[in-house]
Design a protein. Sequence first.
Lengths: 175, 639, 146
Amino acid sequence: MRRILLFLPLTLFVAIVLVFAFRLWAPGDTIVRSRMVGKPMPDFALKPIVPNHPGLAAGDLHAGQPRLVNVFASWCIPCRVEAPQLETVKARGIPIDAIAIRDKSADVTAFLKSNGDPFERIGDDPRSQVQFALGSSGVPETFVVDGAGIIRHQHIGEIRPEDVDGIIRAFEAAR
Amino acid sequence: MIAETALAALWLAAAMSVLQLLFGIIALRPGGGEIVPAMRPIAVAQALLVGLSFLLLIQLFLRTDLSVALVAENSHTMKPWLYKFAGAWGNHEGSMLLWVTVLAIAGAAVALFERRLPERTLIATLAAQASIGLGFYAFLLFSSNPFERLFPAPTEGNGLNPLLQDPGLAFHPPTLYFGYVGISIAFSFAVGALVTRDVGPAFARAMRPWVLAAWIFLTLGITAGSYWAYYELGWGGWWFWDPVENASLMPWLAATALLHSVTVLATRDGLRAWTVMLAVVAFSMSMIGTFLVRSGILTSVHSFAVDPERGAFILLLLALYIGGALALFALRVGTVKEGSTFDLVSREGALVANNLFLSAILGIVFVGTLYPLLIEALAGEKLSVGPPYFNKVAGPLALALVVVMAAGPLLRWRRDRIAEVARRMIVPLAVTALALTAVLLLAPGLGILPLLGLVLALGVGAASLAPLWKRNLRRTPLFTWGMVISHLGIAVSLAGMASEAAFTKETLVAARPGETVRVGPYSLRFDQVEPIAGPNWTAMEAKLTARRGDGGAFVLRPQARTFSSPRTDTSEAAIATRLDGQLYTVIGRADESGRWQLRLWWKPFVTLIWLGGALVAFGGLLSLIGRVRRRRRDQESHA
Amino acid sequence: MKPKTQRLFLLVLAIVAVLGAVLLAMSALKDQAAYFYAPADVAREGAPQGRNVRIGGMVRQGSIRRNADGVTIDFVVRDDSPHVINVRYRGIVPDLFREESGVVAEGRFQESGLFVADEILAKHDENYMPPQLDVKKGEHKSESLK
């Protein structure tokens, strides 16, 4: 009896650790899903932020072919982290547009120079208005928009190397 | 070069902790006695190396060396220097480095100053300490390297969360960490004593100052954290039962229980197994607290940042240390010799009751904090547990605990007579009865918890002073003073909580400049709103002229601030402190017609909450000084 | 009392106390824990009465109405389903509370189906924070939606 009692704390502790471990590896639905997936792109028209890229308007995303829209900012560290993955995606023939959030022209130019430039169009969203309209809660985020301008997929946070396949699958599914 | 030097020092420190662990194991084996003298210098060298590494990290932050990833992610060239300095530990990697630095310094202090513990127990303690440190070194070096370089270096850093840009908060996490680490020493002592089967008064006396020191820091940390949440968040509350707050409360509850049971062990050689168990529990609670905060698994149903790798590492450490210690406990504690017995009506009896109540409250907070996790794991449902649960369940138990606290110090060790105790309790009981009558007459219709809180605060306050009754105050030992002041602090704090709950007045209005608003005894004229700018924020600032009766007018300037990097909106409450309470004002936004939302509170005697907390910590400090002084005297007379 | 009996007695007492506390806690949790509802959940299960719950969703475009007192607002929370929840809140809303943005509110349902919120927890910080960024206390309440 006593021996069993003495092992009771250990047993309880093991149970707690198991619950923690379960929660850690199956974090469940912890991410704010955009309510925009499955909906058309909201209407917007953004001016260019750098001279060598045109701006971005909702109409550009009705082109009959799916496209990626990357929401980024030059001041955002994770955006640096995902730059190589965007290059990989682009090398697979996927067109990428971008929205620069609260940014300055010179900073974006420097950012593209040092981190690579996979973008076709870059819209200037100085007050995060389009970002909010997209239901995006931070930078970076990446949207897959199909040929009819419907949002098919949203990736929150930086694209890590292990996320690239998922993005490409979502893109293929949107064709 | 600084970052590389610091990283090298960190590796060397980790190597020292490996040596410390290995030497400890060898020294405990038969015939291993000759390497015992090497243990102390190794512990000191480890502390020096890791201390150097931490100082260099601070240096990197002060210089804003953006080629270091950690600095770039958490700092900014525009930031005031104090926050650059505090930024060194205001992030995951830096705070882990601080953790292990404090741990190593505390280990060195044990090695240098602990002379009374049997040598074998000391060796086992240092080895246990080294194994804890080793886990954190591995964590830092393999998964959270604070000195990683970023190439190419960015031109500007990411900034620090504006909510963290606050002088009080800059020193809040380190305070808690000192507490956690102190508890880890108690844990190492407990493991050492289990290894050598030497659980007795000498072990308790060696452990007690560390428990006391840890407890002082935890008390300060919780008190400061509560005040921070109160003035910084602008919601007028002082405790939200947030998981992060609970993570600091749980170790405190366990440490408080440990502090009292270690006294029984030191004075009367009782509660041996229980004290060892509590040391393990207290350390588990600080590890679990660290885990919950660091892994982010508990923030909310809607949080981003869950980092499985990092959480997994801490969970692994938690499982190794606590699982190991509990297994050791289960196997060894049966062979620990039994302590002495005592009567139920005695100081020991009251301390056991204290421990039971504290453990029960700890269990309740623990279950409430982890319940959402459990339900989501088992049933897949999302829910949150908030103040209604904690107040309803833990509140009554806390009040019962406070009653025990009032009676305990008036009981004698070993055995006491109830009639005698009642005689000593006459004055506090009379005060309680008077307070009850007064509160019922003057403030009828209070809720049961605030009513009991007010009455008990007065009665317990009187009782906590009773041990000084008819004593020569000059001859009263410092640690008795410490106990009296700490207990008084609890009563003072309780009075503040009850008063805040019972008498707070709140006004929420939309007002145009020029209008006058009333709250409690004050009338406030809303003069104007103007935009202002700080180093990295802009704000709308209201000017409120407050007046109480015919008294002099004074100005309050609450702000709605917007920080630039990273962009965040916060509200800065303006608070006026008076002897009998605080006037707390918050400004919201304007509506279309040009009216501004104003939220005003008059909180009578709310400051007593934190004043009480400070008294509790001060009492702990007096006790600590008293204990250390007495030990030094004893050691000198032994020599 | 013999030493051995006392030891066992204390051990059992301790275990009973802690287990008792845990059981008490569990039973209280049944009544006090605030479950999370989206508009679709309310439509499916009915509005829970007489207990605190959390609701969440998006603030519907054009639905925020400020009452005459200037401090009470009404708004409509929607999700992907055709259902909505009408919400009333008296107080200062977080600055990032706006239309077509996510919101979580804690409070109670009235019998009429109106949700009276005691607290609005909107996201506080619009920037993405890398996982390792220490937000500690910053994860308090209104940041929890981040």
